[in-house]
Design a protein around this ligand. Structure first.
Ligand code: GLA
Length: 382
């Protein structure tokens, strides 16, 4: 992100030099739809970031602008709304409201957002905006929260203010990701471990360029189906709190007593959790080929059991399998469009990117964006 340019534009708009905070988007290697089931995930931060420039104002206003959209939003700090209005600045205001709720109200401030995280591509542009905004606002209100607390605050902003019932994965890795590493996170305890990704691998992220409309409604329905699974399973396992607490062996014993759809959702989550734990061992041992197999299994499970894939994602995942340098890949993020992520040998990555773009375009008729990335650092002051 060109922070010097953002600073210049900020000064031009608001007449004072800003401080700038940056937070990255993410891609998830393994562990999809497990975070809100208190399970395990393994995302990485990526090199696309959102920057928020900020400086205090003398009045009691929060003035918010973006490089991407022309509208300017102004809020009276003494009358901040309690719910978002379905506009992009909800992510910024939501973090201000959550900071205020925990006793760190913002003074008057001007903010300018600049983002290079593709919007609506499933690379967590919203988490990046929340985290960069939270750090920016904390720099003017004097709050010192540890990064895991910042992640939780941003998740609350999205759950309570924006109204999307997302888990903790995106905000957490945007805060705590590390260059060259995947982050293994226990979404119940928030304990995490950084796992080095071998240097000779690249993450090739392939954007299908589609986002199906029912994505957010179905996300919430999947959460309810998982909750329903827990309710049913408590008749046999009264002490469980989430699908995280069930093993595959425990689940399969009750296949006859669980409605088929709910069973499929549970089986995905329970086996996906196990894949993350196994994958962490393979990553630690440098066993890329076994790790890659788990990514492929994860895709199949998301397609057939959790049913959150779509034709474009399946085609993109399938084309990848035939290309040189491919070690494994799958859809990444919530589903119904967005991106696939592939682990590809560094020497083949460029060629892989060109070929997958060409083949996807001839199969689907849409030119995809393809990004060759490595895991990047989490949020920081610029
Ligand atoms: C979205 C949510 C995350 C997570 C994924 C699915 O990205 O924001 O919390 O639930 O979907 O793994």
């Amino acid at each position: 992100m060109r922070s010097a340019e953002l600073a210049r534009h900020f000064e031009h708009l608001f007449g004072s030099p800003p401080r700038i905070f940056r937070a990255p988007g993410r891609v998830n290697l393994l562990g999809e739809h497990t975070d809100y089931n208190e399970g395990f995930v393994m995302p990485c931060a990526i090199g696309f970031s959102t920057c928020v420039a900020i400086s205090p104002r003398r009045d009691r206003k929060l003035v918010i602008r973006s490089e991407e959209f022309s509208e300017q939003f102004e809020f009276d700090l003494d009358e901040l709304p309690s719910r978002g209005k379905g506009v992009w600045c909800d992510y910024v205001v939501g973090t201000a409201v959550m900071l205020q709720e925990i006793g760190h109200p913002s003074p008057g401030a001007s903010l300018l957002v600049g983002s290079e995280v593709p919007i609506g591509a499933g690379l967590s542009s919203s988490a990046a905006l929340e985290v960069a905004s939270a750090l920016a606002l904390m720099s003017v209100n004097g709050a010192h929260l540890p990064l895991p607390e910042v992640a939780k605050l941003c998740q609350r902003a999205e759950n309570l203010f924006v109204g999307a019932r997302v888990g903790i994965m995106d905000q957490f890795v945007s805060c705590l990701g590390k260059a060259g590493h995947a982050l293994l996170l226990d979404c119940r305890s928030l304990e995490f471990k950084l796992l080095p990704i071998p240097d000779n691998l690249r993450l090739v992220i392939c954007n299908t360029m589609v986002k199906h409309e029912h994505a957010s409604g179905t996300y919430n329905r999947r959460r309810e189906e998982c909750d329903e699974g827990v309710r049913i399973l408590t008749q046999w396992y009264p002490n469980i709190r989430a699908l995280r607490d069930i093993s595959i062996e425990q689940l399969v014993q009750h296949v006859a007593g669980i409605p088929q759809t709910i069973y499929k959702r549970c089986l995905h989550v329970v086996s996906e959790n196990q894949r993350v734990l196994d994958g962490a061992n393979y990553m630690t041992d440098g066993d890329v080929s076994r790790f890659g197999c788990l990514m492929r299994e994860s895709h199949r499970s998301l397609r057939d059991l959790f049913e959150v894939s779509c034709r474009e994602l399946d085609v993109m995942a399938e084309i990848a399998e035939s290309l040189a340098g491919y070690c494994g890949g799958r859809m990444t993020g919530g589903g119904f469009g967005g991106c696939t992520v592939n682990l590809v040998k560094a020497a083949d990555a460029q060629k892989f990117a060109e070929e997958i773009a060409e083949r996807y375009q001839s199969a689907i008729g849409i030119k995809p964006d393809v990004y060759v990335c490595s895991a990047a650092n989490g949020a920081a002051a610029v």
